[in-house]
Structure formats: structure tokens, C-alpha cells
Design a protein around this ligand. Structure first.
Ligand code: AMP
Ligand code: MG
Length: 439
């Protein structure tokens, strides 16, 4: 037993379950009691919503930088993008067909020119004439509509059109897509493929985007070995670091893996000190009430300002939010599933805010019909589910295993079904579910 260590007697899940201070349950004989008095930050157990609000309030928006538009995929736009010209710049054809005067139809018209996309007509359409025109070509002067080739006899010298046509038919008007001066992309937008196309469309070659948050990843635990190390009794592979790397990247940030931290106070302090040069620190493990859980202690020793360390949820009750210098530290639980769930609930939104993303940052909620009942005891539970659409409805199938140590229970999960404390949701009933992946 390390000096100063203490642990709850029941050895159950790594949280003490008491609301204000310690300890609510008996301690194992001989172990030291947790210093009930109040750690300055001991504000009891926060609800998930309180913790999320606290996270978002703590996170500052990082600076911006210029990148080429085609390197901006996945970045957050930090300027409004304004169209410098109308697009299209002139009325153009939405169809392959014939540019005509609507008043001439139906009728037989003399074809006087063929206009390919990218080329301009050399004359104008007069009454009784037409020009063959390809999609995208500017509609020539004199014409006010385009009749699609399928509605004609396809003639080269003369064209016959049986039906009437409204003026403006199949003509894309000048400025129909964007008008000079329009804000075509708003700051705070996450840039995807469509946004890159718009940037190209307005010839915005260089664009201001939020700096990518740098996230130090620390894995605490004497039991951990690296993925390439030989297995040994008592040791487990560090799966949280690669899990977090992937989650950090998916949230648009840059991971910096700082390795495995032995379960000592000194090592934890040293590792956190090194990590504090990053915008964010995400640790896994060592945040609970075990004898070898040093993350909170080390943060205290470094003078960090801890905002909360317990959230009323399962999995993942011990979750730490702390400000260490200019860095924000998330102490996530060691259990892989707890780590995964608490990242989705707290860290992802923080990284997105830091990059300057605006709008709703937290996971979207959908209502889904459960295929099996779900039940929560004294705390709100987030169940991993697979959501799919069937007959116009969203169905959620809880994954077979819901153990917080089960790696396989995370695969295929694209939702977290929320079941409030002391509640049961029956099979066939609707449950609020957070979307954490594509359907
Ligand atoms: P802790 O929160 O440190 O008590 O860890 C809780 C559980 O999570 C223990 O069973 C650990 O072995 C496991 N665990 C902690 N860190 C990791 C990690 N990096 N990768 C996989 N499992 C871990
Ligand atoms: Mg540990």
C-alpha cells in the first residue's frame, strides 16, 4: 500500500458512490481514510449536463492560421467567406438542348449555331431560330429558354418541338448559386468536401482555419505494456492510447502520445508537467479512489485547478477536469469503455470548441426504438447500441456485452442509449440516444 493510499472496501466499481466527500462505506482495515475535507474542488457529483457546461465554459478558442483551401478538409473555418462575384456569372443552360425564344414554341426552328460548354455564341437567337446548346454554356442573347434535346427531334439544321415551354425554363439564372457579397460559408463551420468545393468556386485559395488543438495522451498503469511488447502475467496491452489517438483525430485535433506512466506520484507529476505544453491533456486510468490512482494528487501537487472529478454516470463516474497552466486536463477512467464514453461526452466537444467550431458541439440526440430492455440502477447509464434504420424508423440494438472493461462491446457502437437512474426502458419503447458514429 502506497503512503496516503486508500480504497473503498467493496472493491466494486472504481467510484465511491457517495455524494459529498468521503467515505460513505467502510474502509478496509488499516487503509487510510480519504481526506474527507474538502479538496477545494470537491463539489460533489456533477450531472453530465453540469459537467459538460463546465467543460465548455473552461475551453478557450485557440488562434487561427492560414492554409490552402485544399488542405482545409476537417478544419474549422475562422472567417466568413464572401462570394466576390455572381455564380453563375451569366444565365447558362441546365440541359443539353436548344436555346430558343419561348414564344416560338411549339414549332419548327432553324438551327443557326452550336454552343459547347466553355464557348460563347457569335450571334443572337432571332424569332424562328434556335441554337444547339450544351449544359453549362451561356444562353445566347435573344433566347429566353432551353428545350431539352429529348423533347425535340434532335435536328441539326432544323429542330421540331411539339410542346410549349415557359420563359426561363432550363436556364440557370445569373447569381442563382451565389451573389457577389453573399456570405457563402460562415465562420465556425467544419470544412468538409462540399465546403472545399465552395472555397474553390469563389477562388478562395488561402483560408483562415482554427489551429488544431494538440492533445497529449498519457496512459497511467503499471499493468500496461505497449502493443509490440511481449505479454507477461498481470500485464495488459495499452489499448486506451490508440483508442484516444483515433478519437482525438476524429475530433479534428492532433494527438501526441506521451507513453505509459508508472503508478507513482512522482512519475505522474513528471508526465503531467511534460504534457502541460499541449493545449489539452487526456490521461487514462488512475483517477479513481484506488491506492495507486495518482492523477488527481499529481494535478494538485502541480497547482492545477480541478473543476470536477465525479460525474453521475455509468460507465465513467470518475472523470477529472482540471486546468493545468494553459492546458486543460481530462482525467478519464482506465476502463476502455469508460474512457471511450467519457471522451464522447466531454472531450470531443472541448476539442471542437477549441478549434473554433460553432453550433451544437455535443453529440446529437435521436429517439430510437429499443430491441431489448435497458435498466439503470442508481446512476444514469450510457449503453452502447447499434442504431440502424428500418421501415422509416431508427432501431437500436444494445450490444451484447455492456461490461466497462469489454473492448469488443465498443465495436460497432454508433450510439449511446441514455437510461436515467432507477429507470427501465422496455423493448419496443423509445430511448434517447446520442449519436457517436454514422448510421
Ligand atoms: P484504473 O482507472 O487505473 O483503475 O483502471 C481501471 C481498469 O482499466 C483496469 O482494469 C486497468 O487495467 C484498465 N486500464 C487502465 N488503463 C488502460 C489502458 N491504457 N488500456 C487498457 N486498459 C486500461
Ligand atoms: Mg490504474
Amino acid at each position: 500500500m502506497a503512503d496516503g493510499g486508500w480504497r473503498m472496501a467493496d472493491g466494486g466499481e472504481n467510484d465511491c458512490g457517495c455524494d459529498a466527500g468521503f467515505p460513505a462505506r467502510p474502509l478496509v482495515a488499516g487503509w487510510k481514510a480519504c481526506p474527507t475535507p474538502a479538496l477545494a474542488y470537491d463539489r460533489g457529483v456533477l450531472t453530465v449536463e453540469e459537467a459538460q457546461a463546465c467543460v465548455l465554459a473552461e475551453v478557450a478558442i485557440l488562434g487561427a492560421e492560414s492554409v490552402r483551401f485544399d488542405d482545409a478538409f476537417g478544419r474549422v473555418l475562422r472567417e466568413d467567406v464572401i462570394a466576390p462575384f455572381d455564380a453563375p456569372e451569366a444565365g447558362n443552360s441546365a440541359m443539353d438542348g436548344y436555346a430558343v425564344r419561348a414564344e416560338d414554341l411549339p414549332g419548327r426552328l432553324r438551327v443557326i449555331e452550336t454552343i459547347a460548354a466553355g464557348h460563347l455564341a457569335t450571334s443572337r437567337v432571332e424569332s424562328g431560330t434556335a441554337m444547339r446548346i450544351m449544359t453549362g454554356a451561356y444562353v445566347p442573347e435573344g433566347a429566353d429558354a432551353v428545350v431539352q434535346v429529348e423533347l425535340t427531334n434532335g435536328g441539326v439544321d432544323f429542330v421540331e418541338v411539339q410542346s410549349a415551354l415557359a420563359r426561363g425554363a432550363n436556364v440557370r439564372k445569373r447569381g442563382e448559386d451565389m451573389r457577389a457579397g453573399d456570405v457563402v460559408l460562415k465562420r465556425g463551420t467544419r470544412i468538409g468536401a462540399a465546403e472545399i468545393a465552395v472555397l474553390a468556386g469563389v477562388q478562395k485559395v488561402s483560408v483562415e482555419v482554427g489551429r488544431k488543438p494538440e492533445v497529449a495522451i498519457l496512459s497511467t498503469g503499471d499493468e500496461l505494456i505497449d502493443v509490440t511488447e511481449s505479454r507477461a502475467p498481470g500485464k495488459i496491452v495499452n489499448t486506451n492510447a490508440p483508442l484516444l489517438v483515433a478519437l482525438v483525430r476524429a475530433a479534428g485535433a492532433t494527438p501526441r502520445v506521451l507513453g505509459i506512466v508508472p503508478d507513482t506520484r512522482e512519475a505522474t507529476i513528471a508526465a503531467l508537467r511534460e504534457a502541460a505544453s499541449c493545449d489539452f491533456i487526456v490521461t487514462s486510468g488512475g483517477v479513481s479512489v484506488g491506492a495507486f490512482d495518482f492523477v488527481k494528487d499529481a494535478l494538485d501537487a502541480l497547482g492545477a485547478e480541478t473543476k470536477f472529478w465525479r460525474v453521475a454516470m455509468k460507465p465513467g463516474k470518475p472523470v477529472v477536469l482540471s486546468r493545468l497552466g494553459d492546458s486543460i486536463c481530462f482525467g478519464l477512467p482506465g476502463n476502455p469503455v469508460s474512457c471511450f464514453v467519457s471522451f464522447h461526452l466531454f472531450v470531443a466537444a472541448a476539442l471542437r470548441k477549441a478549434a473554433g467550431e460553432e453550433g451544437s458541439l455535443l453529440p446529437s440526440e435521436v429517439r430510437v426504438r429499443l430491441t431489448a430492455p435497458l435498466r439503470a440502477a442508481d446512476r444514469r447509464v450510457y449503453f452502447r447500441v447499434r442504431i440502424f434504420a428500418k421501415d422509416g424508423e431508427l432501431i437500436a440494438q444494445p450490444l451484447a456485452s455492456q461490461g466497462s472493461g469489454s473492448l469488443t462491446s465498443m465495436t460497432g457502437a454508433n450510439g449511446l442509449a441514455v437510461v436515467e437512474a432507477n429507470t427501465r426502458i422496455e423493448a419496443g419503447a423509445l430511448a434517447t440516444t446520442l449519436l457517436i458514429g454514422p448510421l
